[in-house]
Design a protein around this ligand. Structure first.
Ligand SMILES: Cc1cc2nc3c(=O)[nH]c(=O)nc-3n(C[C@H](O)[C@H](O)[C@H](O)COP(=O)(O)OP(=O)(O)OC[C@H]3O[C@@H](n4cnc5c(N)ncnc54)[C@H](O)[C@@H]3O)c2cc1C
Length: 563
């Protein structure tokens, strides 16, 4: 049996980040990945090698914002391993049916000037709106970059500027209460409070819904940060596609002696005397873990599908039922469309400029349309009567991803995993090849209403149904955030309070990945935080006390420096 200090289940970007930190600390690490391509939701693949050779597609994530809120890229020196980020500017384009459009630049001032062409009052309010969410974001980022129950780690992440930002949104008691009121409200409530125009509210609602819930969902006003982040730290893409992030991590992991085994689907966690001691993969091979097994897959699948019931019950008799019935998953996932194009789409009725295509292209005609796009999937209906979606032409910013002068088109269309009443199709979800192509046709028709040259430019296309995406990622009900990103499942509640600090009731078994704090997206934060918890647990008491001293000294030092 091969033996390592640490065995990680899944080589998603969080598993790879976690591995890198552990290898740097001197541990031997193996990553076991079920696919032949590592990276999970962070891959770039030549999807259509026969019909469209040389076109490279981001199969999932494309726009990276969260990773720039943390230190992973710098700490791991990923540029040295080939990672280069290209920043988008403009960051968003959304054409409106009445001829107006929302064009957001990285600069807030430039964006306000664009809005002012159609509505000066909303332009002024936009500046205030972004300023509020920016200050809140900067005030809470230190919490993202630490294990949620590690107060010392969190305190150590605050410096004078971050404390100032936090207090500027907290303020006196009534201001603090008003902030609580904001957090408890919905993205739609906030947009109605600030703005009058639909051409502005609809795209902001579309982006807020990237958290995977309709704009009317209470307690999710925080979705507004999805636009705020596009201004600062900005929105970027690795040159060569998201897979270039994975490739840089792989190079680093391998250079440190880490081993990545592909086509190794973990089927069982091996438990000995209440402790995780290794895993067994499909085909029967076993890998021994002398110190820890770390899961880059979600807790629900880990404990309900990869472990013997008795092993879990011995550690926590309630855990299985709580994972099964308490974790929320609203049935929403993505139907993914990738096209090879002979030319880029042209928004003729909007004085087309190629720079419209640098950032995210949003199709969001009204807040109501976005609402249906995210409420219908929860009852098993496909919101394709008038589709709202998120599209990107990545090759405008990065021509290296297609043959010269040709382009790719990336579309994510939110759709149910389980179709209402269906029993046929893949895994009984109702998704068949015929249905996914019908839905893709409607989505393409909608985009072609805005960019009439689109259909004639399609050389080939690849459509992946929600059920297929779920199978590829190995994610429960195709949930690419592993579990929903709703407030009651965030921070020290993610995925459940008893599992929220990357540890589990089974000794030597740890959790990382999108299903842990601070959640899904390309951030590397769950991987880094999990590594910190593991390493902290290995430290002696003296080392721990020294760490606390350093952390407090750095925060206090930063405050005094500013007086
Ligand atoms: C279509 C789409 C578009 C997206 N767009 C964006 C975006 O633009 N920006 C953004 O920030 N985020 C985006 N996301 C979300 C983002 O991709 C994910 O939240 C993120 O990749 C999660 O990373 P992870 O490492 O935690 O988990 P994952 O990427 O899910 O990795 C888990 C890994 O575990 C492997 N695995 C599963 N089961 C087993 C098993 N039994 N044995 C061994 N290995 C196993 C999987 O194959 C996978 O490699 C998008 C997601 C999708 C689906």
């Amino acid at each position: 049996m091969d033996a390592f200090d640490v065995v990680i289940i899944g080589a998603g970007h969080n598993g790879l980040v976690c591995a890198a930190y552990l290898l740097k600390a001197g541990y031997s690490v193996a990553l076991l990945e079920k696919r032949s391509v590592p990276g999970g939701g962070a891959t770039t693949e030549e999807l259509l090698p026969d019909e469209a050779p040389g076109f490279h597609f981001n199969r999932c994530a494309i726009d990276h914002e969260f990773i720039h809120l943390g230190p992973v890229v710098e700490e791991l020196e990923l540029e040295r391993y080939g990672l280069e980020y290209l920043y988008c500017d403009p960051v968003v384009f959304c054409p409106h049916p009445d001829g107006k459009y929302f064009l957001a630049h990285k600069s807030v001032e430039q964006t306000c000037a664009e809005i002012a062409r159609f509505h000066p009052g909303d332009a002024k309010k936009y500046g205030e709106f972004i300023d509020f969410w920016q200050r809140l974001l900067k005030g809470i980022v230190p919490i993202f970059n630490a294990p949620p129950k590690s107060i010392i780690d969190i305190v150590g992440n605050y410096d004078f500027e971050k404390i100032k930002d936090l207090f500027s949104v907290l303020g006196p008691p009534n201001q603090t209460l008003d902030l609580v009121r904001t957090i408890l409200s919905s993205a739609e409530d906030m947009l109605n409070e600030y703005f009058d125009s639909e051409f502005l509210k609809a795209p902001l609602a579309r982006l807020a819904s990237e958290l995977g819930a309709p704009p009317s969902q209470k307690n999710l006003a925080i979705g507004a940060i999805m636009m705020a982040m596009r201004h600062d730290p900005g929105m970027a893409r690795p040159r060569g596609g998201t897979g270039a992030l994975t490739q840089a991590l792989l190079k680093l992991v391998k250079s440190l002696g880490g081993q990545v085994f592909t086509d190794q689907s973990v089927e069982k966690i091996l438990i000995d005397d209440g402790r995780a001691v290794g895993v067994r993969v499909a085909g029967g091979k076993e890998y021994r873990a002398n110190q820890a097994v770390i899961s880059n897959i979600d807790a629900r699948r880990l404990f309900l599908q990869l472990m013997d019931q008795a092993d879990v019950d011995d550690a926590d008799a309630q855990l299985r039922e709580r994972l099964d019935r308490r974790i929320v998953n609203n049935n929403e996932t993505i139907l993914k469309i990738d096209c090879a194009l002979s030319e880029a789409p042209r928004f003729e009725a909007y004085q087309h400029r190629d720079d419209y295509l640098i950032g995210s292209v949003l199709i969001a005609d009204s807040v109501k349309q976005v609402e249906l796009a995210h409420s219908e999937p929860s009852v098993g209906h496909i919101p394709d009567a008038d589709p709202s979606f998120y599209a990107v032409v990545p090759t405008v910013l990065d021509p290296s991803m297609a043959p010269p002068n040709q382009h790719t088109l990336w579309i994510e269309f939110f759709a149910p995993y389980q179709i209402d009443q269906a029993q046929d199709g893949l895994k009984g979800t109702g998704w068949t090849d015929e249905l996914k192509n019908q839905v893709a046709d409607r989505v393409i028709d909608k985009l072609a209403e805005y960019a009439p040259n689109l259909k004639q430019s399609i050389i080939a296309r690849h459509v992946e149904s929600p059920a297929e995406l779920g199978e590829r990622l190995g994610a429960y009900k195709g949930n690419y955030y592993h579990i929903d990103m709703t407030l009651e499942q965030m921070v020290f509640l993610r995925p459940l309070p008893e599992l929220a600090n990357y540890t589990t009731p089974i000794e030597g078994l740890y959790l990382t990945g999108a299903g842990t704090h601070p959640g899904g997206s390309i951030s590397g934060m769950p991987g880094r935080n999990c590594a910190r918890v593991f390493l902290h647990q290995q430290q002696s008491v003296i080392q721990k006390i020294k760490g606390v001293g350093e952390s407090v000294r750095s925060t206090v030092g930063s405050i005094f420096k500013n007086f």
